[in-house]
Ligand binder design. Structure first.
Ligand code: HEC
Ligand code: HEC
Ligand code: HEC
Ligand code: HEC
Ligand code: HEC
Ligand code: HEC
Length: 504
């Protein structure tokens, strides 16, 4: 009778992993691992900014991986426990596979084929998922309330077809880590509702324009003079129109072929303009330095606001780029003034309604200030205008004007996020925000008495202005500005009085 000493048996005892729970755990872990690898690879090569892709890559799928591994361990532990407690019957182990039996072989091949297809599909699936989460729709729509202002404005901007990531991340690996860190914070902020209202301008995190805007635009392009025509309507009973035609000397140029000049001179590759701003919003610029092509430098300081020597030595001056002027290339809030002007100009609001410019602007401003939600804002716009025009005969005209003004509200005021034109300076001109005259106010002087020009013809010439027949002819040599609101001293900046709504 052969002895069967129990000490030899363990080598034949099936592995502790031989149970259903561990088996499922292993499958889950392998699939998650492949998905993580795939997404991580894509992220590294292409980079993604959507916090949702980040959630999936760095939270959800690793969660699956950990759950899988836990299942393996718990399954094994369970198996071990029940093997040691004789009283308890273990669940049936995994079937034993013997490759010499043809039915086993076929089953195994079928299982392998199915698993392989599954892995392939999970890889393709993750790739599709990546594309979906990176898409503009996903970005703008899923963070619906958070990104609503930016997305709404973006959709009607000249860059509506440029994906968010082109400007906010750009290509390459160096911004990869940075965007991951801020992405992780965004997830936390969104979940914890910790995000500020409105979302602040990413002045510090925004990638330098040289690496984003210049993927598509290049500063050497010579634009010449660009004509801009603006029609304004007065706050008068007849909403009197007034039109101005300007030739903006955008200029530009490639220094190796033609001299560089005009507004895009600041971007000339041979010249550097640097500045120090007092605050993060960059609205006050007391110190400007120009480094000329020959290496010499001129420093301009704002008269009466000169910085102390140690403030200058501690500050790190910013090199001027596209964003210092074009800071609203896509998230362009219309001011109540401009939105009403456009609606009147294009006939979406009837110009014959008395004081409609003034009342419309007022309705927008007041509702913007008092409303907590969009629907409340729309209701307030309507209430105010219905009261203003209670005695007006042509009800249809008023109703259609009201629905247009409500549309303006919906597209430019976001009470839930406390966002409107007031919160976001636009630096391109100088009529509503200081913009160009942050430096070109005629008060920035160098040590040898040179000024950054405030001359009205430095940047544009006015070729026509006025109402009616005056706008039919042009003067190529340029006109002096004839302020429609009465004579003003040019010592005032336009933005001292004009703030995008009723003159204050
Ligand atoms: C053409 C380039 C461009 C594109 C495309 C773009 N942005 Fe921006 N975005 C900017 C710039 C520039 C700023 C900073 C503005 C400033 O400095 O005043 C900004 C600012 C923001 C801000 C901060 C709030 C603000 O208005 O300053 C958010 C949020 C934002 N963008 C989200 C998005 C989303 C979401 C998309 C896609 C739907 C998008 N952006 C597409 C250039 C772009
Ligand atoms: C992916 C390419 C791309 C990127 C990146 C890009 N733009 Fe543009 N931009 C365009 C195109 C295309 C147009 C022309 C749109 C049209 O005319 O319909 C345009 C138009 C413009 C205009 C003229 C707008 C107008 O009112 O006609 C300005 C100014 C501008 N871009 C500035 C910028 C700035 C500043 C940045 C960086 C923050 C930037 N762009 C990034 C593609 C791009
Ligand atoms: C000093 C301010 C300033 C800087 C810096 C600047 N721009 Fe401009 N740019 C302007 C102004 C002003 C206009 C014309 C105003 C308008 O479009 O209403 C303009 C016009 C444009 C246009 C439209 C030209 C056309 O033919 O219609 C594009 C595109 C443009 N800029 C791109 C850029 C890019 C890209 C950069 C960075 C390399 C840049 N700008 C830097 C002020 C600036
Ligand atoms: C950060 C300060 C700063 C800002 C902001 C700024 N500029 Fe300038 N600009 C300068 C300096 C400095 C010079 C050169 C002065 C000199 O050396 O003569 C200059 C020169 C110019 C010139 C003359 C270029 C030539 O042909 O020599 C034009 C035109 C001009 N700026 C237009 C603009 C416009 C338009 C804006 C707003 C969209 C603007 N600038 C915003 C600092 C600035
Ligand atoms: C540093 C450059 C610069 C200087 C100096 C300058 N402007 Fe302008 N101005 C601009 C730019 C840029 C715009 C166009 C902004 C835009 O695209 O709406 C503009 C727009 C205007 C407009 C049209 C505003 C509108 O919305 O209808 C008027 C009027 C105007 N400027 C008058 C003046 C007068 C008057 C002076 C002299 C006191 C002056 N500007 C000096 C750059 C300048
Ligand atoms: C001292 C305050 C003050 C200054 C500075 C000033 N404005 Fe005005 N502006 C007014 C007033 C008041 C009106 C009349 C309001 C009305 O009836 O529409 C007006 C009307 C206008 C209008 C006609 C329609 C409208 O209301 O938009 C334009 C365009 C205009 N100003 C442009 C400018 C420009 C450009 C500058 C800078 C060069 C400037 N203003 C500087 C006070 C000012």
């Amino acid at each position: 009778m052969p002895d069967s000493p129990p000490s030899i048996v363990p080598s034949k005892e099936p592995s502790l992993l031989n149970n259903w729970m561990s088996f499922l755990g292993i499958i889950l872990a392998i699939c998650s691992f492949i998905a993580v690898l795939a997404l991580f690879g894509i992220d590294f090569i292409r980079g993604f900014t959507s916090p949702y892709t980040a959630v999936i890559t760095y939270v959800l799928i690793p969660g699956g991986l950990i759950t899988g591994l836990l299942l393996v361990v718990v399954g094994a532990w369970n198996e071990r426990r029940c093997r040691h407690i004789a009283a308890k019957r273990c669940p049936p182990p995994l079937p034993h596979i013997d490759l010499s039996i043809s039915s086993h072989r076929n089953t195994l091949i079928a299982v392998l084929v199915i698993s392989f297809s599954f892995l392939l599909f999970s890889f393709l699936g993750t790739y599709r998922l990546y594309h979906f989460t990176e898409s503009v729709h996903f970005c703008g729509l899923l963070c619906h309330s958070v990104m609503k202002p930016e997305y709404t404005l973006y959709k009607r901007s000249p860059h509506a077809r440029v994906p968010c990531t082109e400007c906010h991340v750009g290509p390459g690996a160096s911004f990869f880590v940075k965007s991951k860190i801020s992405g992780a914070y965004q997830i936390y902020a969104t979940i914890a509702e910790k995000y500020p209202h409105p979302i602040p301008t990413p002045v510090k995190n925004l990638r330098p324009a040289r690496e984003t805007c210049e993927q598509c635009h290049w500063p050497q392009k010579f634009s010449g003079s660009v004509e801009r025509i603006r029609t304004h309507f007065g706050m008068t009973e007849n909403n009197d129109p007034w039109t101005i035609r300007l030739l903006l000397k955008v200029g530009g140029g490639d220094p190796s072929r033609v001299p560089v000049g005009g507004i895009h001179w600041h971007m000339s590759p041979e010249t550097r303009v640097e500045y120090i701003a007092t605050k993060d919003d960059r609205q006050e610029i007391p110190w400007v330095k120009v480094i000329h092509p020959d290496g010499s430098a001129t420093i301009y300081q704002s008269r009466g606001k000169e910085l102390k020597a140690d403030t200058i030595s501690k500050a790190s001056p910013r090199l001027m780029d596209c964003i210092d002027c074009h800071n609203r290339p896509t998230h362009i809030y219309s001011t109540p003034d401009k939105a009403m002007d456009d609606a009147l100009l294009f006939g979406r609001i009837d110009q014959s309604i008395p004081f409609i410019k003034k009342n419309g602007v007022q309705a927008l401003v007041e509702s913007g200030e008092t409303s907590k939600t969009e629907s409340e804002g729309l209701e307030n716009v309507k209430k105010k205008l219905m009261a203003d025009y209670a005695g007006y005969r042509d009800k249809n005209k008023i109703l259609s004007a009201i629905s247009e003004i409500q549309r303006i509200f919906r597209e430019n005021f976001f009470p839930e996020m406390k966002a409107s034109w007031k919160k976001f300076p636009d630096n391109i001109g100088h009529s509503i925000w200081p913009g160009c005259v942050r430096c070109h106010d005629g008060e920035h002087v160098s040590s040898d008495g040179k000024k950054i020009s405030h001359d009205c013809n430095t940047c544009h010439i006015i070729i026509s202005q006025g109402s009616g027949v005056e706008t039919k002819s042009i003067s190529p040599e340029g006109l002096t500005f004839d302020h429609p609101g009465g004579e003003i001293s040019l010592e005032f900046l336009c933005s001292d009085c004009h703030k995008g709504a009723l003159v204050e």
